[in-house]
Design a protein around this ligand. Structure first.
Ligand SMILES: CC(=O)N[C@H]1[C@@H](OP(=O)(O)OP(=O)(O)OC[C@H]2O[C@@H](n3ccc(=O)[nH]c3=O)[C@H](O)[C@@H]2O)O[C@H](CO)[C@@H](O)[C@@H]1O[C@H](C)C(=O)N[C@@H](C)C(=O)N[C@H](CCC(=O)O)C(=O)O
Ligand SMILES: Nc1ncnc2c1ncn2[C@@H]1O[C@H](COP(=O)(O)OP(=O)(O)OP(=O)(O)O)[C@@H](O)[C@H]1O
Ligand SMILES: N[C@H](CCC[C@H](N)C(=O)O)C(=O)O
Ligand SMILES: [Mg+2]
Length: 501
């Protein structure tokens, strides 16, 4: 896939200044100097940490033949410089064009909401595959092209990486792409140039207020996905919004929709209504009733929140034309998402659940689900991420104290912050939620916290280790170390059985 500088510049809707030959052939685009290959256009993005322009010379050394920049750079004369006032606007115009708009050649399904995106995208992909389609997935854990796994850095990658993934997917014969669309991505236009066919809203609760500042801004970012279904330059037909009607913010989402709408829920009247939920530790069942479905579903995942995710996935699959029998069969063979209410079994007589709940609502849902299993006691090991919404810390602390018997506060990716300060802020909320005589602990080192929970656990207790789920790292001020809650929990049980101190 190549384009000339001239062809790319033609796409720019605003003003630009071209310094160099318009006939220069561009073989690839990247905003990361470390990814540059011969013939590439290097995009200089001024980030939170550094200004990408500082890496332009390095990019040229690696083979970049052109740069997209806001200011003239001191580079070899042979390097083409495309100067624009706003890099992001220019990227939106140029990048989807460079890749020949791959999103227009596949069915695009976008899932947004505070919680449940990863789970819902995985269930949708599973159903579509069962229906015989080739499915690409883009989200928090990885990108998938059928079953080929590619690493990913953001839940929704920036416009360059995203279009690159889509181009690869289209080249490899994918018919559908199911992707998480984060609020950051919508606010920062990472999904520019993508035309969605089906869009799902899971829910909206507090998170990311460091970035969005208010819940109103947060929902406005989410609503952009649904507005995009009706944008004037979108040509595909049969677009559907699949909306959780039980969520109070669904009103704002519905206001943004001028396409077909399919609602789902368990409380209010909905096109897809779930009822009669029965939960066990490893499975659950419920009924789904609606105009196109009337089925009793048995699932290998558990919790009320997964009923919502499954209803959302059924809605999206229906919108994509999959029949009820295929959906029913596919749900029975869906086996969980790594790190989402994942059980760790190491021969202990209590349960250990590793879960990715890192928001107030998801922590509440995870602990309520654990309570529904009627355990002896719940021990919750949790913390909050550094360089993220600080206002959620005491709220999560309170939830941990109110819904677990023994809350154990620990670290979860402190990043550039002091871990001691973060746990103190979480503990402040714990103290508000504690009942008289209720025990709690604060153990900054996450490994020690997990080992302590295992040491305290008794027969028929449940330990919920929340926040990191599938993550295999801990991001600390001085670097990232390998860390996997599942491994740590297993090792802790083995150590206990060996009688290690
Ligand atoms: C706040 C934010 O969104 N930051 C994103 C931003 O990073 P940044 O501004 O810090 O970039 P930087 O490190 O200063 O670098 C600036 C530029 O120099 C370039 N560079 C840098 C170093 C080098 O050697 N060479 C080089 O070319 C970088 O590639 C970049 O283009 O640009 C990076 C490249 O696109 C993103 O990976 C990064 O996401 C960071 C990792 C992040 O944590 N983002 C979170 C807040 C986020 O976006 N989360 C959402 C929501 C998740 C959810 O569902 O809850 C998501 O979609 O992931
Ligand atoms: N529909 C839901 N409502 C509330 N909580 C949920 C829901 N689905 C999952 N959860 C909880 O949220 C956690 C994260 O789930 P999941 O990874 O599917 O969400 P996500 O929206 O992709 O998160 P992220 O914003 O990190 O990408 C789960 O481990 C579970 O505890
Ligand atoms: N997508 C979320 C993931 C949070 C995961 C949690 N372990 C943390 O580090 O806070 C974020 O970037 O805010
Ligand atoms: Mg996710």
């Amino acid at each position: 896939m190549t384009k000339t500088v001239g062809e790319l510049c033609k796409q720019i809707k605003g003003i630009y200044n071209l310094n160099g030959s318009a006939d220069t052939v561009i073989t690839g685009i990247s905003s990361d100097s470390r990814q540059i290959e011969a013939g590439y256009l290097f995009v200089c993005i001024s980030g939170v940490h550094v200004d990408g322009a500082a890496f332009a010379a390095q990019a040229v050394e690696k083979g970049a033949v052109a740069v997209l920049t806001t200011k003239h750079l001191d580079l070899p004369k042979s390097t083409v410089q495309i100067q624009v006032p706003d890099i992001h606007h220019a990227l939106e115009d140029m990048v989807p064009f460079f890749y020949d708009y791959p999103g227009k050649k596949m069915r695009m399904i976008g899932v947004t909401g505070t919680n449940g995106k990863t789970t819902t995208t995985h269930i949708i992909a599973h159903i579509l595959r069962a229906a015989g389609y080739h499915v690409g997935v883009i989200g928090t854990i990885h990108a998938l092209i059928d079953d080929e796994e590619l690493p990913i850095h953001n839940t929704t990658p920036d416009v360059v990486e995203l279009q690159h993934f889509l181009a690869l997917m289209q080249e490899k014969g994918m018919t559908h792409v199911v992707m998480e669309v984060s609020s950051h991505a919508l606010a920062l236009n990472r999904v520019a140039g993508i035309e969605y066919d089906t869009a799902v809203f899971t829910n909206l609760t507090q998170d990311h207020l460091d970035f969005h500042k208010t819940m109103e801004n947060y929902v406005a970012a989410k609503a952009k996905l649904f507005q995009s279904l009706t944008a004037a330059d979108h040509v595909k037909e049969n677009k559907t919004a699949v909306v959780n009607i039980d969520d109070p913010w669904s009103k704002d989402i519905l206001n943004a929709c001028h396409c077909k709408v399919l609602t789902y829920g368990v409380e209010k009247d909905a096109d897809l209504k779930g009822s009669n939920l029965k939960v066990e530790l490893k499975k659950s069942s419920f009924d789904v009733v609606g105009p196109f479905v009337n089925v009793h579903l048995n699932m290998n995942i558990t919790g009320l929140f997964n009923v919502y995710n499954t209803l959302a996935a059924i809605g999206a699959a229906h919108a994509e034309g999959v029949d009820e029998a295929t959906i029913d069969k596919a749900i029975q063979t869906f086996h969980s998402v790594p790190g989402r209410f994942e059980l760790v079994e190491a021969g202990q007589d209590f349960a250990i659940v590793v879960d990715y709940s890192h928001t107030p609502d998801s922590l509440q849902k995870a602990l309520e689900t654990a309570r529904a299993m009627k355990p002896n006691r719940i021990l919750a090991v949790f913390g909050c991420g550094g360089d993220r919404d600080k206002t959620k810390r005491p709220i999560m602390g309170r939830i941990g104290a109110e819904l677990a018997d023994i809350p154990i506060v620990t670290s979860d990716n402190p990043r550039s912050e002091n871990p001691e300060t973060i746990v103190e802020e979480v503990e402040a909320g714990v103290k508000e939620g504690l009942k008289p005589g209720q025990h709690h602990e604060v153990i900054v080192n996450r490994r020690d916290a997990i080992y302590r929970a295992v040491e305290l656990a008794q027969t028929n207790d449940i330990i919920v280790i929340a926040g990191k789920g599938h993550e295999t790292y801990q991001i600390l001020n001085d670097g990232t170390i390998h860390f996997d809650d599942r491994e740590e929990a297993r090792n802790a049980v083995h150590a206990l059985h060996r009688g290690d101190k």
